[in-house]
Design a protein around this ligand. Structure first.
Ligand code: TTP
Ligand code: MG
Length: 402
């Protein structure tokens, strides 16, 4: 693949900067965006002046008041921020249509091949920052690199008002000394686990033994090993209506262990099913994607009798597809993935089935079994409340020491 040029842009102290821009008397002051009267509220964000007191996003407002008693507390005005967000995205759209909006103040741009029009990545980043400063009177930080992970990491390195390129030769000097918490996808829990395994910096991860670490980390080992070595092929995906929902894992080293492949699939199915339920759609088809080591990629489909958004039928189907591929011990797998497609709004088919059942009273299949539906609903609401890690199938629980 040709080397790409990816930009990641993130506005500085976004909500607080908009307030300081619109009320000049607030400039230079510690501004904290939080409902001043909400007893159990949390801080949305704060100006860099307030960060010096230790205040940060998601901190209880009461604690922010203790740390920064002279802070100016302002209730968030989401309508205003989303209008500014639209203006910001419109500026980005002048440079490329390949924009993936990640949040209200953050986006990836794939500007590969735009050099003839706008100059190289760094020049383009500078021009975008100038447009934002001149037209919106706000500052942004931009990272420029050859993949999404490194561009996102770069945009955060010299905030506020940063402009940081990372080239392949910067990897060792600039990226490897950073702590593992900077790896995309490593939350606090995984960071603690990695530290227990003796991995402290991104450089440590770049040199670890992937096969051994899979015992403790599952396919997260592959994910972080590739990132740490500056490998991330995920494309910038312009935000369109989802027509399919998928998850795939690229392995750092070939996999010959079918049980490990199945466990990876189960983890992917759980994520896909949850996103499917959040989207309000059900899938008519599920696709298994396999890439053999010498770059041969195959896909296999299964069509359901009843559209579904549940783990059990999805997993049963992809596991069956994997079995049909008849993998032998010689087959080395590089990538595995699950995608659901032919999405239909939930409920549109259910009614027909229910009417039919008045006459045939078929036994419920896993796709329509109300107990399965209820179980998934309960799991989702627990995950919404307590985070994704709260519940997982027994098989996904990582073995600790062996
Ligand atoms: P961020 O980009 O994470 O933060 P920021 O722009 O305020 O500061 P930074 O310079 O470090 O990028 O989030 C963008 C906006 O999203 C932020 O201004 C407020 C909102 N937000 C919340 O409301 N709650 C949160 O927990 C976080 C992280 C952000
Ligand atoms: Mg920001």
């Amino acid at each position: 693949m040709e080397q790409r040029t990816i930009l990641h842009l993130d506005m500085d102290a976004f909500f607080a900067s908009v307030e300081q821009r619109d009320s000049p008397e607030l400039r230079g002051l510690p501004v904290i965006i939080a409902h001043p009267t909400e007893l159990r509220g949390v801080v949305s964000t704060c100006s860099y002046e307030a960060r010096r007191f230790g205040v940060h996003s998601a901190m209880p407002t009461s604690q922010a008041k203790r740390l920064c008693p002279n802070g100016v507390f302002i209730a968030p005005d989401h309508r205003k921020y989303s209008a500014v967000s639209k203006q910001m995205m419109a500026i980005l759209a002048r440079y490329t249509p390949l924009i993936e909006k990640l949040s209200v103040d953050e986006a990836f741009l794939d500007v590969t091949g735009c050099e003839r029009l706008f100059g190289d990545g760094v020049t383009m980043a500078r021009r975008i920052k100038e447009d934002i400063s001149r037209e919106l009177n706000l500052t942004a930080s931009v990272g420029i690199s050859y993949n999404k992970f490194l561009a996102k990491l770069a945009s955060d390195l010299e905030k506020p008002d940063g402009l940081v390129p990372i080239t392949p030769s910067d990897l060792e000097t600039r990226v490897h000394p950073l702590p593992i918490s900077r790896l995309w996808g490593v939350g606090q829990k995984s960071a603690e686990q990695l530290t227990r395994l003796g991995l402290r910096t991104i450089g440590d991860v770049a040199q670890m033994n992937v096969t051994r670490m899979r015992t403790y980390l599952g396919s997260l080992a592959d994910h972080i090993y590739l990132l740490a070595n500056g490998r991330d092929e995920r494309p910038v995906q312009p935000n369109r209506e989802a027509k399919s929902i998928g998850q795939e894992t690229t392995f750092a080293e070939d996999v010959r262990d079918v049980v490990f492949l199945e466990t990876t699939l189960l983890g992917q199915v759980e994520k896909v099913a949850r996103r499917l339920r959040q989207s309000g759609f059900e899938a008519r088809t599920v696709t298994l994607k396999l890439r053999y080591a010498p770059w041969q990629t195959i896909t296999r489909n299964h069509t359901f009798a009843h559209p579904t958004d549940l783990e059990t039928p999805l997993y049963t189907a992809v596991k069956g597809l994997l079995a049909k591929c008849g993998l032998s011990r010689e087959d080395a797998i590089r990538l595995i993935g699950v995608t659901v497609g032919n999405l239909v709004p939930k409920g549109t088919v259910e009614e027909q089935t229910q009417q039919l059942s008045l006459f045939d009273a078929p036994t419920p299949t896993v796709e329509t079994d109300p107990r399965q539906q209820e179980l998934s609903r309960v799991v989702d609401s627990l995950k919404d409340k307590f985070g994704d890690k709260i519940l997982t199938r027994a098989r996904l629980v990582r073995r600790e020491e062996e």
